[in-house]
Design a protein around this ligand. Structure first.
Ligand code: NIG
Ligand code: FE
Length: 419
């Protein structure tokens, strides 16, 4: 039995508690469950009580002497942030492409010339498992330092069976070694590898008949993601891959309508995807279909900024009833960042989410996008004690003072991991 932890006197405790149990849309995205002079009682990595400092002092009056007290005076306290979309496991880096894009090349030009995802695939194929673990650990440390306690991670820089499995095994190892919880997604359909150029359907066949069965039998992934984009995978190929994944119990996700409108949002609704990602160019019909189906829009405003594109229509999607989550999209090409606080700032600035909606999108709705809302995403009795203390006094200030890491300290499953 570890010592209980008593966090008290939070200037503002944003619990994110709400009666809405699934992904939150419309007004429910503004329900932060705020408590002034807030307090949490934690035992064995779990939240045992939530209330005001006065209420918890009374309730635990016989045990306060045994507890480790944490004074959160003057600080905002929130659930650990959740990043529901990353490509965090990769080899090498692509800083030269950043320069090339500033000189005028487009993201797709670079990819079609053998760079982009293909460049990272070469470097990831060459890297040993140990090298990938070492590089990914550094990125996860940075996530944690930015208040992120759970990270979804995709394969997709192998596009051959060995390297796809290597990436997923790295995630499995890091799940045991690192404080951050990792949620694995298979994304063999990230690009068609050069050896299959002109034989795209053969690659889709290989993916469905050889890769998916192994990933599923080794239980290396929970989700199945596809880059549905003109020049990558068509909606028809994407549908086949996602439907095949469902047969193995893998839940669909889709990189949809990022570069061009391509029916990706509509497809997400059709196949019952848990989330559709990017959506910069999603059509009005697609947005409506997602609202009807309850598909979460996982929006990536740092990627839009980095590609110098107009951000997704986050405001419009929320108003249309789509539950919105946000994410870094951490990857070496279109968004090499680990800062979820920056992503929250950008969600407000470039997509006109309110500060409250941005916090919901980075916590509770992000947890929903990776099916973890029973364990994380809000500070409620019985949930994992994943908690961040911030050097700001309220949630508005967190979004207003932008581009700065305001993390004061972080607890993961009741253990202090950043101080
Ligand atoms: O989500 N769009 C496709 N995949 C990634 C980028 C991957 C890369 O450039 O390495 C994304 O933006
Ligand atoms: Fe992505």
């Amino acid at each position: 039995m570890t010592k209980p932890i008593w966090i008290k006197h939070a200037a503002q405790l944003a619990t994110l508690a709400s009666d809405v149990k699934g992904p939150r849309s419309k007004e429910a995205m503004s329900e932060l469950g705020l408590i002034e002079d807030g307090s949490l009682w934690i035992e064995n990595g779990e939240i045992k009580a939530v209330g005001t400092t006065g209420e918890l002092a009374k309730r635990y009056k016989d045990r306060v002497d045994q507890a480790e007290e944490v004074d959160a005076s003057g600080r905002l306290v929130t659930p650990g942030l959740v990043d529901p979309h990353t490509h965090v496991v990769y080899g090498g880096s692509r800083e030269r492409e950043f320069e090339m894009r500033l000189e005028g090349a487009t993201y797709m030009d670079i990819m079609n010339a053998g760079g982009g995802i293909h460049a990272t695939a070469r470097m990831t194929r060459e890297a040993t498992e140990e090298e990938l673990i070492e590089q990914t650990t550094r990125r996860l440390d940075s996530f944690l330092a930015h208040g992120v306690t759970t990270v979804e991670g995709k394969s997709g820089y192998g596009m051959n069976i060995e390297t796809e499995l290597k990436q997923l095994r790295v995630m499995k190892t890091l799940q045991q070694q690192h404080a951050i919880d990792l949620v694995p997604t298979f994304m063999g359909a990230h690009a068609v590898p050069p050896e299959f150029k002109g034989r795209e359907d053969e690659f889709v066949h290989l993916l469905i008949n050889e890769m998916l069965p192994v990933v599923a039998s080794e239980k290396l992934a929970e989700f199945n993601d596809v880059f549905c984009e003109k020049g990558v995978f068509t909606p028809e190929q994407s549908e086949r891959i996602l439907e095949a994944g469902k047969e193995y119990g893998l839940v669909p996700k889709i990189h949809a309508d990022e570069i061009e409108p391509y029916g990706g949002a509509e497809l997400a609704a059709k196949v019952g995807a848990i989330s559709a990602e990017h959506l910069l160019k999603a059509s009005d019909e697609g947005i409506e279909a997602m609202a009807q189906a309850g598909t979460i829009a996982c929006l990536l405003p740092a990627t839009a900024l980095y590609l110098r594109e107009e951000a997704a229509k986050g405001r419009k999607m929320i108003d249309a009833g789509v539950p919105v989550a946000i994410s870094t999209d951490c990857n070496p090409g279109s968004s090499p960042t680990t800062s979820m606080p920056l992503v929250m700032n950008l969600a407000c600035i470039s997509m006109r989410l309110t500060p409250a909606e941005a916090l919901t999108a980075a916590t509770y709705n992000a947890a929903c996008a990776i099916s973890r809302q029973q364990q994380i995403g809000s500070l409620e009795v019985g949930k994992q004690a994943d908690i961040v203390l911030w050097n700001v006094k309220n949630y508005q200030e967190l979004q207003y003072l932008f581009g700065v890491n305001h993390v004061h300290s972080v607890w993961k499953k009741g253990i202090q991991v950043v101080n």
